[in-house]
Design a binder for this molecule. Structure first.
Ligand SMILES: [Zn+2]
Ligand SMILES: [Zn+2]
Length: 130
C-alpha cells in the first residue's frame, strides 16, 4: 500500500492541467449558453442536458446561484440572465484561465481513489484522463 500511495502521489502531482471543456480553452463563454442550452430557462426537474456529472465546477456554480433550489419550478437561467446567449462571460469552469486542474489533481488523496487507480493501471497499462 505504501508504494501505491507514493506512486499515486507522484502521478497526481504531475497531471498537466486539462483544457477546460466548458469554454474549450477560451477562458470565456461566448454564444449559446452552456447552462440552459440557449433556452434562457430550465425547470429544476430537468438538469440542463449540457451538465454532466463530471462537470463539478459547473455543478457547484449552479448550486451556488440557486439553480437547483426547491422553491422554483421554472428558473430563469441566471448565468445568461434569460437571454440564452453568453457574450464574453468569464468562464466559471476554469475561472477564465482556459485550463483547469483535472478532477484527479484537485482531489486530495483518497484510499478508494488509489484502489481505483491501481486497478486502472493494471487494466489499461497507461494513463488517460477520462
Ligand atoms: Zn442560460
Ligand atoms: Zn473554462
Amino acid at each position: 500500500m505504501e508504494a501505491d500511495v507514493e506512486e499515486y502521489e507522484n502521478w497526481r502531482n504531475n497531471i498537466p492541467d486539462e483544457k477546460c471543456t466548458l469554454c474549450d480553452g477560451a477562458g470565456e463563454l461566448n454564444g449559446k449558453c452552456v447552462v440552459c442550452s440557449g433556452r434562457g430557462a430550465f425547470s429544476k426537474r430537468d438538469k440542463p442536458p449540457s451538465v454532466r456529472e463530471s462537470d463539478e465546477p459547473l455543478l457547484s456554480m449552479l448550486e451556488e446561484i440557486g439553480a437547483f433550489s426547491d422553491d422554483a419550478q421554472t428558473l430563469t437561467c441566471r448565468v445568461c440572465d434569460g437571454t440564452g446567449t453568453l457574450v464574453q462571460v468569464k468562464c466559471h469552469g476554469c475561472d477564465g484561465k482556459g485550463e483547469r486542474e483535472t478532477i484527479e489533481a484537485a482531489y486530495p488523496m483518497h484510499v478508494e481513489v488509489i484502489k481505483e487507480f491501481t486497478e486502472f493501471c493494471k487494466n489499461s497499462g497507461g494513463f488517460s484522463i477520462f
